[in-house]
Design a binder for this molecule. Structure first.
Ligand SMILES: Cc1ncc(COP(=O)(O)O)c(C=O)c1O
Length: 285
């Protein structure tokens, strides 16, 4: 749609200088991207960026703007060919997600409206999140009152989950008074196979990594629940306060699923919060 020039001083705007050229570039990007995705299988899973390409990412910030088409050409030359390869059907390096056509379209639509989610009841965006959370609750068989939120990934979910565990189980107002007023060292338990994001969360939340007990695994690479109980007992005897057990529904290296029912029983007996890392295995568990 064409805009009519207005009277008065030129308006400052983030609009493209040339809508027609920008639209043509958008069409080109979509066409190139469909070709790229459709022919993914014909290329190697990944290739390393050579030194001369890496060198293009150093140097001073540009003083002047670049033309959008130039920026896109630079992306085609120096960025797109050197990806991790996780979209490729023969990529076996863990579970780092994948690029899909609908995912790409969804990101485009979200970015083009600068979509935010906040507590504004008039926006449809928020209802999408609530609906997806309700769908997950039903698919996973959680009870009707169960709630949740969508996060950027599992590391942030673990951080939020362990913050809830800490704040609920501490026995005082951690949010107001901070960790230094804890009477006892709060301890957290997970298996040796649990993801590194558990340790990161424990560090960020002020437990300290020494408060994370990495429990050995059995021959199926599940947490050894007998060893877990012993460690909790020893910690209590040493004056610690066990607050949370992390079970893994699908470990990163082998997709082993901890015995979640037994862990739930131990949590009930020990008055610990139960956090399950279901990064990619929750659906299978
Ligand atoms: C079991 C498990 N937990 C947590 C994570 C971290 O997830 P994200 O990369 O989404 O932060 C991963 C990633 O592979 C994982 O396999």
């Amino acid at each position: 749609m064409k805009t009519t020039p207005k009277e008065g001083p030129a308006e400052e705007t983030l609009d493209p200088e040339d809508w027609a050229a920008m639209r043509a570039l958008g069409h080109r990007i979509v066409d190139d991207t469909m070709d790229y995705m459709e022919t993914l299988r014909d290329r190697p899973v990944w290739q390393h960026a050579p030194p001369e390409v890496k060198a293009r990412f150093s140097g001073p910030a540009p003083a002047d703007p670049s033309a959008p088409a130039e920026v896109y050409n630079e992306y085609l030359r120096s960025v797109r060919p050197y990806q991790l390869g996780n979209s490729h059907p023969r990529y076996w390096g863990w579970v780092t997600g994948c690029g899909t056509v609908m995912g790409a379209y969804a990101e485009f639509l979200a970015a083009s409206t600068d979509a935010v989610s906040g507590s504004f009841s008039f926006m449809s965006n928020n209802y999408i999140e609530m609906q997806v959370v309700d769908w997950c609750r039903d698919l996973l068989g959680f009870p009707p009152g169960a709630s949740g939120l969508i996060t950027s990934g599992c590391s942030s979910s673990t951080l939020i989950g362990l913050a809830v565990a800490r704040n609920t189980m501490a026995g005082y107002d951690v949010r107001a008074d901070g960790m230094h007023t804890a009477g006892k060292q709060m301890t957290v338990y997970c298996s040796e196979e649990a993801h590194s994001s558990v340790q990161k969360a424990v560090e960020l939340l002020g437990f300290g990594s020494n408060a994370l007990r990495r429990i050995p695994v059995n021959e199926s690479l599940q947490i050894d629940t007998a060893a877990l109980k012993k460690t909790i007992a020893a910690d209590r005897a040493a004056g610690c306060h066990p607050v949370c057990i992390v079970g893994v529904a699908g470990t990163t290296n082998t997709a082993a699923i901890d015995d979640l029912n037994t862990l739930a029983d131990i949590c009930a007996e020990e008055r610990c919060w139960f956090h399950v890392d279901g990064a990619f295995g929750a659906w299978a568990a």
